[in-house]
Write a protein that binds this ligand. Structure first.
Ligand code: NDP
Length: 279
């Protein structure tokens, strides 16, 4: 049976992952059958069983399924365990091995492509869903300073801070605390608010003199936050397109044993998804 790969999410029709993995396949000469499969959280286990039956051996998982995927794995990489969320599934015999490549993808994009030095940056992470869970451990490992996690639902920021386990460095806070939190050197938007045409209310007082703003979203969904960041004085402004390509490259390497080159794929996508990126 030929090997199949997929990205699971809800909604998922907009996903660029099939295009990215097809491009990596052409570049490396590896035949890639990678499709997008829509599954709501309640249907995910069933959809995965169908996928296995048709030869599925590897998958990406996107919103809102990353925390559900974590619970379905038989074993995990250390970075997936720390994140409490899985974006990459690898079929290993009769079991699922879970990894999380989001954080490595973000850090590689920011440091290598955009030449941002993350060390000691006082950081605000907006959101505590699957994406925030993936990037928080990698940002800490990259040497940021204190990390403030602010989420609309306070229990989720508390739970993420607990999972990260660095109480002196990681601080869960409420959205309405923002005015009292002072200035940041890095603000990361990991909310999906823009998908509903919304954006968290953010005061300008959170932007410090060397502040970089990063949105995990890309395309239209990145515009509200990045436009706010630019108007509020952020020096560097980066969307999530490069992270998307880098996390995909990490997943591709897990499945096929070859790490593809990412710049050409990034440039190809960038030409269709121009944004407000300035770093
Ligand atoms: P989840 O559904 O797991 O989490 C969504 C998060 O957004 C939660 O923290 C939620 O808060 C918050 N949120 C949603 N609506 C609002 C709102 N109106 N105001 C304030 N907060 C809100 O999604 P993910 O974490 O997986 O993804 C988040 C975004 O990041 C998505 O748009 C996704 O596309 C993007 N992403 C991009 C990646 C890339 O490679 N570029 C990788 C991963 C994610 P609450 O807990 O209160 O519901």
């Amino acid at each position: 049976m030929s090997k199949h790969f997929a990205v699971f999410g809800h909604p998922v029709a907009h996903s660029l992952s099939p295009k990215i993995h097809a491009a990596f396949g052409r570049q490396t000469g590896i035949p890639v059958d990678y499709r997008a499969i829509d599954a709501e959280p309640g249907q995910f286990t069933h959809a995965l069983s169908d996928f296995i039956a048709m030869g599925g051996v590897g998958a990406n998982v996107t919103l809102p399924l990353k925390q559900v995927a974590f619970t379905l794995c038989d074993d995990l990489t250390e970075r997936a365990r720390r994140a409490g969320a899985v974006n990459t599934l690898v079929r290993n015999g009769d079991t699922w091995h879970g990894d999380n490549t989001d954080g490595a993808g973000l850090v590689r994009d920011l440091t290598d492509r955009h030449a941002l030095d993350l060390r000691s940056r006082r950081t605000l992470l907006l959101g505590a869903g699957g994406g925030a869970r993936g990037v928080a451990p990698a940002l800490l490992d990259a040497g940021i300073g204190d990390l403030y996690i602010v989420n609309r639902t306070a229990q989720r920021s508390d739970a993420l801070a607990d999972a990260l386990g660095e109480p002196g460095r990681v601080h869960p806070r409420y959205l309405n605390d923002l005015l009292s939190l002072g200035e940041f050197d890095l603000i990361v938007n990991a909310t999906s608010a823009a998908r509903d045409g919304q954006m968290p209310q953010l005061p300008r007082s959170i932007v410090g003199p060397r502040c970089a703003a990063v949105d995990l979203n890309y395309g239209e969904a990145a515009i509200p936050f990045l436009a706010w960041a630019r108007a509020a004085g952020c020096r560097d402004v980066v969307d999530g397109l490069g992270m998307l390509v880098e996390q995909a490259a990490e997943s591709f390497a897990r499945w096929h044993g070859v790490r593809p080159e990412t710049d050409a794929v990034y440039e190809m996508l960038r030409s269709h998804h121009d944004a407000l990126v300035t770093a």
